[in-house]
Ligand binder design. Structure first.
Ligand code: ADP
Ligand code: ZN
Ligand code: ZN
Length: 756
């Protein structure tokens, strides 16, 4: 035990329910409590310390015992409880103050201590008011008379007087300066003369300025039935899945449930995949719920996050509804009544790196249990996991099969580009079919969305003479050509270099690009449709805080006719005027080496299709593919979720994949290939001795080296009836023995429970 050094907070900033959740995360996802805390707590809560000098009140010195400098500091300490080194430097107006401190210490006059503080600083805004002695009209008249010779000063006083009479609110210095056209210096003079008084008010960094008071919409019959069914199901079960086709109006159903929860005096957590925290949904919810909506996601600064944290902690009126990305499950809720997981099928709810490798949807369900609250999962294309749970009656299941306003589901057509290539009916990556439909939509004043899964210009640059293609020096991948910057870039480690003029293997100038990304599509569109405005939405164009928002707004306001983008486009966006959606190539995602590739392609394609024709006219979707007879594409074109579900579940049964089997993926990393190779063989062998053929691997992943680290994967498949906690105990044992072997100690091991 150590002495208490300093009390930082009057009230704990973390509550017992959070600790309970965090302990669950650490044990379920096999990581440390420290890992969880690092993810949970905003950076600004991390403590810093600074050396301070404190007066020793047990010792009194005579002035004569102290030299000049020492005396000045000693005096100052009688007025201030502590002084920092730089305070002392200011007082003495010199840099090296250590001799002074040393002499004071020698005389026992002071202590040196470490003061600990949070990096979080409340935001203070500067205000001014007229000094109270000018409260009467007469005193004010006299003042203005006195200021006759100083017209600028009297202008400031008059402005302040009229602004505060008009608004009846405190006046910010910045507003006063704007209104009176005065300078900071004039205001300062008035403060120095005690005519004005300055003061500070703590203000939120995140300010909401919108028009609230919009009442929520009247539900149509399908929404009303769904709402009833959800409420009914909540009587017996804590979790319900709302499977409603795109644009069926799920959000409005959520809104009604939120209203009910608020009326009970309880908090609501509304989870969304990161990128979908668009102005669109935020605005919709803020219109209904005004200032009660708090927002929490990764583009917020850590100071802003602390502010939201504190509002939630205080359970105050500014955070009754938290709209957040996955990390918002860590907030200090006290009294949650409802958690909504919108777009619950989204992969981005799972954190890959670093630990905790948690899934926010699954963790949200645990959080809801802790609070004895309900969870509603919503999606037009539910994950197999959730739909399976609903089929097993673990969750309630509610469906909406009609779009709002009885708009028809979009007409989805598969375009065989293999055949079109043969018949030379392609212009670049556009089939004649797609060009025709685009031309028609544009001529009718409609907007178009074009989806391409890859960013950049082309993912592979290849020499036509020798076949060499430039690779990342740190990873086993080809570099992607980005035309806009004329660079070759690695999408795994960020490495970049200027585009080569010659092949680095044979010197030939005949470099060709293979495959295509969003940049190339954007360029082709500009050539095909020079009279229309094109924008691109991918990781490269949305980096800034408002990057994403700007593009969405421009498209919403129809300043842009054609929007080209990656899967960012698919997430819950609601545009009024999009008639046509084009998918340039559906094949690469279908062929992705992952057991979820088919499920995911189905979700992605239906979601992007769902952006078409959301208002009146039926939308049109064209999916270009080399393989129009692929079952997934057939299921997409007929909106056959059940067909997809049954077939994919069959495969998961047969090949022992989730949700039938649980799995833990173990990844070993090291810069020395031999080490990782030998280590992973040892590791897999030890696991096999316990689990037999439930172990797969070790295997090199498709990209065997990233950031100069070689990777090997081992997979454990766990039948539902096998105890997960016993399995994990065994894994931890193997892991500990592995790390105790000297030659493997430097190998990094990543345990990923429920890997995606
Ligand atoms: P989903 O989330 O299921 O894709 P949304 O909630 O975005 O669907 O609804 C689609 C569109 O229909 C939105 O523009 C929404 O404002 C509108 N809408 C949905 N329900 C209603 C309603 N009851 N009254 C009026 N408009 C509605
Ligand atoms: Zn070459
Ligand atoms: Zn790289």
């Amino acid at each position: 035990a150590k002495d208490i050094h300093q009390i930082l907070d009057e009230q704990p900033i973390v509550n017992a329910k959070q600790i309970q959740l965090w302990e669950w995360i650490a044990s379920y996802y096999l990581c440390t409590m420290g890992d969880v805390m690092r993810a949970a707590l905003p950076n600004a809560f991390i403590l810093e310390s600074e050396t301070v000098i404190i007066l020793n009140t047990n010792k009194t010195l005579n002035d004569s015992e102290l030299k000049d400098d020492d005396f000045l500091v000693y005096e100052a300490l009688h007025h201030q409880s502590s002084l920092k080194i730089h305070d002392i430097a200011n007082i003495l107006d010199k840099k090296n103050v250590l001799p002074v401190i040393k002499r004071l210490l020698d005389k026992d006059a002071v202590f040196v201590e470490e003061e600990i503080y949070e990096k979080y600083k409340p935001k203070l805004v500067r205000y001014v008011k007229l000094h109270s002695r000018f409260a009467s009209e007469k005193a004010l008249q006299t003042l203005l008379n006195d200021l006759k010779r100083a017209p600028k000063q009297s202008q400031v006083v008059l402005t302040l007087f009229s602004v505060s009479a008009k608004t009846k609110k405190p006046v910010k210095v910045s507003d006063l300066i704007d209104e009176s056209d005065a300078s900071h210096a004039i205001v300062k003079t008035l403060i120095d003369k005690s005519i004005l008084e300055e003061y500070y008010i703590q203000t939120d960094r995140v300010q909401y300025s919108g028009d609230d008071n919009e009442v929520s919409k009247v539900l149509n019959e399908f929404q009303t039935i769904a709402l009833q069914e959800i409420k009914e199901s909540f009587k017996n079960q804590n979790i319900a899945l709302l499977h409603g086709v795109t644009s069926s109006g799920k959000t409005e159903v959520y809104v009604k449930l939120i209203e009910d929860t608020l009326a009970l005096g309880k908090q609501v957590l509304y989870l969304l995949p990161e990128i979908a925290l668009t102005t669109q949904l935020v605005t919709r919810l803020q219109n209904y719920f005004g200032e009660q909506v708090a927002i929490y996601h990764s583009k917020y600064s850590s100071q802003e996050r602390v502010e939201v944290w504190n509002h939630v902690l205080e359970n105050n009126s500014k955070a009754q509804i938290v709209l957040g990305a996955r990390s918002s499950i860590f907030l200090p809720f006290d009294n949650l009544g409802l958690i909504i997981v919108d777009e619950e099928h989204e992969q981005s709810f799972k954190q890959f790196d670093p630990a905790p490798r948690y899934h926010a949807r699954d963790t949200a369900i645990v959080l809801a249990n802790i609070h004895h609250s309900k969870t509603l999962l919503g999606s037009a294309t539910p994950s197999l996991e959730s739909y399976f749970n609903a089929q097993q009656n673990k969750y309630g299941l509610v469906e909406i099969n009609m779009r709002y306003n009885n708009v028809l589901m979009p007409d989805i057509e598969l375009v065989d580009i293999k055949d079109k290539h043969k018949r030379k009916l392609m212009k670049g990556h556009f089939s004649d079919r797609l060009i025709d439909d685009m031309t028609e939509a544009l001529s009718e004043g409609q907007q178009i969305i074009l989806f391409q899964n890859r960013r950049g210009f082309s993912p592979i640059v290849e020499c036509n003479t020798c076949g060499h293609s430039p690779q990342c020096p740190n990873c086993d991948v080809s570099l992607t050509y980005h035309q806009y910057r004329d660079q070759l870039r690695c999408h795994y480690c960020g490495y970049h270099t200027v585009m080569l003029k010659n092949c680095s293997a044979c010197g030939s100038v005949e470099l060709d690009s293979k495959g295509f990304g969003t940049e190339q599509i954007e360029e082709e569109v500009k050539i095909l449709f020079p009279d229309y405005k094109v924008a691109r939405m991918d990781l490269d164009t949305t980096r800034g805080k408002y990057g994403y928002e700007k593009i969405i707004t421009a498209f919403e306001q129809q300043e842009v006719d054609i929007l080209v983008g990656t899967q960012m486009l698919t997430k819950g966006l609601d545009f009024r005027n999009v008639k046509l959606v084009g998918v340039l190539n559906a094949d690469n995602m279908l062929n992705f080496p992952d057991f979820r590739a088919h499920e995911r392609s189905f979700q992605l394609l239906l979601q992007v299709s769902g952006r078409a024709g959301r208002t009146d006219d039926r939308g049109k979707v064209l999916i270009q593919t080399y393989n129009p007879y692929h079952t997934i594409l057939q299921q997409v074109s007929t909106n056959d979720y059940m067909g997809m579900y049954k077939e994919q579940m069959n495969e998961r049964y047969n090949y022992k994949y989730p949700p039938i089997y649980k799995q833990i993926k173990i990844t070993l990393k090291h810069k020395d290939y031999n080490k990782v190779d030998m280590g992973s063989i040892w590791y897999a062998k030890s696991l096999r001795q316990i689990f037999g053929d439930a172990i797969l691997g070790p295997e090199s992943p498709p990209i065997g080296r990233i950031r100069n680290q070689f990777h090997k994967n081992i997979l454990i498949k766990i039948p539902k009836k096998q105890s997960l906690s016993k399995t994990k105990e065994a894994v931890i044992k193997v892991n500990n023995s592995f790390l105790s072997i000297k030659e493997f100690r430097s190998v990094k091991v990543i345990l990923n429970v429920d890997n995606f």
